[in-house]
Design a protein around this ligand. Structure first.
Ligand SMILES: Cc1cc2nc3c(=O)[nH]c(=O)nc-3n(C[C@H](O)[C@H](O)[C@H](O)COP(=O)(O)OP(=O)(O)OC[C@H]3O[C@@H](n4cnc5c(N)ncnc54)[C@H](O)[C@@H]3O)c2cc1C
Length: 392
């Protein structure tokens, strides 16, 4: 059986693990990246790639998003891959004037960080998006948002890590972790032992299993999102379109009970954009339903009804497929990023919920700084894995 030796062993090769591997390799560490299956087998292969600041509340979430927006284009330019990083002006449809006050915090975030935001009336929105049904009040336009292809970004960062000396190992899952004193001595897998100076756990919704092997509670819960993908068609929208109420409902779940929107009633929210292939992605549900990734027909019906209500012309476009992704949700609403004080050579990078494609870049940068003893560009002490009690 081989022994895989490295300065840093990263366990989990979704967008977050791939970014940790890429940034650490860039800083000169000998990195080994492992995945139980392969990169994009998890949520990073079943999601969208919006990189937005206008959907964040002020505070650490907004600061991370702002840092992300600065870093992303630089990292994309360093990668030797086309990751389909594109401008994606975001239109947040205001369908109910009552939610305007609640949108103010998001507007503050955008303006505080120096990005543009315009308030458009109905006529201005219809001039931009003539296929919209006119049943709305206006919209917030955030012209500086972007999108990336999540598969390509994840694979691009893996390739970037390999180009900087990292090794990759797929189909390898830890079966036991040897903790000596307060640090990991080795990880035992059916394919051999992993021996590293430091380790990163970046296993998305599967992180609790790894945490339990070293006595850490990493409370990441899958929050599923169904998405409907249409066949290629003439672009029905030119912006990344989102119902503003779908953000408000995250803070005020009681709204879901009073709305007639079939998707919001299920806790989800309408959003759509056209991808580089000309397919329309329609989303999405939000539900805690375990690790099941089979399609929920009622969820799909709600997505389609909610989309047709806003874009009746979609009735002429066939549905190609549906998919389900599991957002790595943490009950306190914050990702888990940082070094564990209980297992001193372990760094954790998980729990990014609906933001892991965008936040992957800043997370990898921060983790690589921690692994090399540098001060991270942003203070993430509030995201420490030690905010949860150790397992008994
Ligand atoms: C419908 C939907 C839409 C979304 N839209 C966006 C968006 O627009 N913008 C955005 O930024 N984010 C979005 N997200 C969120 C984003 O997809 C996730 O936050 C992100 O993909 C999480 O990445 P990750 O690397 O932490 O996890 P994953 O991508 O799940 O990667 C974890 C990896 O760990 C591996 N693994 C698991 N267990 C083990 C083990 N024991 N040993 C070794 N390997 C293991 C898995 O095989 C997997 O490859 C969306 C999510 C969904 C569901």
């Amino acid at each position: 059986m081989p022994t895989f030796k490295a300065d840093l062993a990263v366990i989990g090769a979704g967008a977050v693990g791939a970014s940790c591997a890429y940034h650490a390799a860039k800083r000169g560490l000998k990195v080994a990246l492992f995945d139980a299956r392969m990169p994009t087998a998890g949520t990073s292969g079943a999601c969208s790639g919006l990189i937005a600041i206008s959907t964040k509340k002020p505070g650490l979430a907004a600061d991370l998003a702002a840092e992300t927006k600065r870093l992303y284009p630089k990292v994309v330019a360093e990668l030797d891959s086309d990751v389909e990083y594109r401008p994606a002006p975001l239109l947040m449809l205001i369908e109910d004037a009552d939610i305007l006050t609640e949108l103010e915090i998001y507007q503050d975030t955008v303006r505080d960080h120096g990005w543009r935001l315009d308030h458009l009336d109905r006529a201005a929105v219809l001039a931009l998006e003539p296929n919209l049904s006119p049943d709305f009040e206006g919209a917030l336009l955030c012209p500086d948002e972007a999108t990336v292809n999540p598969y390509r970004m994840t694979l691009g960062m893996v390739a970037g890590a390999v180009a900087r000396g990292a090794t990759t190992h797929w189909g390898i899952k830890p079966r036991a972790i040897d903790v000596v004193g307060d640090s990991i001595a080795a990880i035992d897998t059916p394919a051999g032992r992993i021996e590293a100076e430091q380790y990163v756990f970046a296993a998305g919704v599967w992180s609790p299993d790894l945490g339990a092997m070293v006595g850490l509670d990493l409370p990441v819960i899958p929050r599923r999102g169904d998405v409907v993908v249409t066949a290629r068609a003439a672009p029905i929208v030119s912006h990344y379109l989102m119902a503003a109420s779908s953000m408000v409902v995250k803070n005020r779940p009681e709204l879901a009970e009073t709305t007639d929107d079939p998707l919001m009633r299920r806790g989800g929210g309408f959003g759509t954009h056209v991808n580089a292939l000309g397919q329309c992605l329609l989303g999405t549900t939000r539900a805690f339903a375990g690790h099941d990734r089979t399609t929920d027909p009622d969820g799909v019906r709600a997505i389609v009804a909610s989309a047709l209500k806003r874009l009746p012309g979609l009735a002429r476009v066939p549905i190609l497929r549906t998919f389900v992704g599991l957002r790595p949700h943490v009950p306190d609403g914050k990702p888990i990023i940082g070094r564990s004080g209980r297992v001193s050579n372990l760094l954790v990078a998980t729990g990014h919920d609906g933001d892991g494609i965008s936040l992957s870049v800043v997370t990898g940068d921060v983790i690589a700084d921690m692994a090399t003893g540098r001060r991270p560009r942003i203070d993430v002490s509030a995201l420490s894995p030690d905010r949860f009690p150790a397992l008994g």
